[in-house]
Design a protein around this ligand. Sequence first.
Ligand SMILES: NC(=O)c1ccc[n+]([C@@H]2O[C@H](COP(=O)([O-])OP(=O)(O)OC[C@H]3O[C@@H](n4cnc5c(N)ncnc54)[C@H](OP(=O)(O)O)[C@@H]3O)[C@@H](O)[C@H]2O)c1
Length: 345
Amino acid sequence: MTRIAVLGATGYAGAELVRILSGHPEVELTVLTSRQHAGARFDSVYPSLSGHLDLVCEDYSPDRVSNAADIIFTALPHKIPMEIVPELIRRNKKVIDLSADFRFKEAATYEAFYQPHSAKELLKTAVYGLSELYSKQIQNAKLVGNPGCYPTSVILPLAPLLKKGWIDHQSIVADSKSGVSGAGRSLSLTSHFCEVSESFKAYKVGDHRHNPEMEEVLSIEARKSVNVTFVPHLVPMSRGMLTTIYATPAQNLTLKEIRDFMVSSYANCHFVRICPEDSVPNTLFVRGTNYCDIGFKLDHRRSRLVIISAIDNLVKGAAGQAVQNMNLMLGIDERTGLDTVPFPL
Ligand SMILES: NC(=O)c1ccc[n+]([C@@H]2O[C@H](COP(=O)([O-])OP(=O)(O)OC[C@H]3O[C@@H](n4cnc5c(N)ncnc54)[C@H](OP(=O)(O)O)[C@@H]3O)[C@@H](O)[C@H]2O)c1
């Protein structure tokens, strides 16, 4: 059994990791860290997991984590992982980081949108953990920078089409809506019940930190500089993310050609489902699952391709994709521990 530590286990992404990993047949959870809940049983913090694990939360100690775990998930706010991951890598541990600290190829891009980077040398070897695009590199990685939830929902539908040259790389608008768990569990006025229920709003328009992340990866895939006008929104649901992308086709294409191409592009990718022509994705259909559903509509009169994707921000957008990456690193079926049948409603 591979031994696993989750740092930041009581946050929303960490708790989702604990949920998935506690049911995973090939690994054993050994360490869960939290400052606020150190000394408390994990199932007293999240009673839904009662009967599934009996671990007690601990303060972080590099010695304890290195001795007790082979693979470490860091589900911590950005800036903390770059301070602790170098030591874990030096101790020959494999790390999957859910923050933004190891997602960027260019330190300057990270620094322009976050803060100075104190472990730049690791960016050279870190692998961007979009499982479907980089599975081969992930298999051999020691450090995976797990993608952001918005970038996952934008890159998966666009990467094959940009690579093929089928859409104008300067024409892209991505309009995303996220459930409130995307903001994490810490208290904040913007996520109070009265601020989000009965409310639907855009935020950080053209200024969100996930914008440079999606542009960096899409530019690599397209082999040219891709710009995305990105507008995130907060919707009054706890989990789920729906992204609607508008782009201009670079040539005359039919909806069938686009759909057939996407079906063949993701033919071996269990967690990407291309919707039938007459249906569009819905967050309800992917809730609690690691699926990314993708659908298309072609607006011929206005020469616009409309692409819609749906993920669960906590699963394919965070913990599920991180476990998919762990499976790839372990050389086991990428579906292990993740292939839950979705709720019908
Ligand atoms: N939520 C999502 O949908 C989502 C999606 C993709 C990626 N992510 C990424 O995943 C990471 C965790 O996000 P989250 O939404 O789970 O956040 P969260 O709910 O706020 O959880 C953060 C966790 O980190 C711990 N923590 C906070 N400040 C810390 C510090 N200074 N030192 C050590 N531990 C600290 C917290 O526990 P204690 O305070 O008890 O230590 C908690 O367990 C972030 O980097 C986020 O960007 C989140």
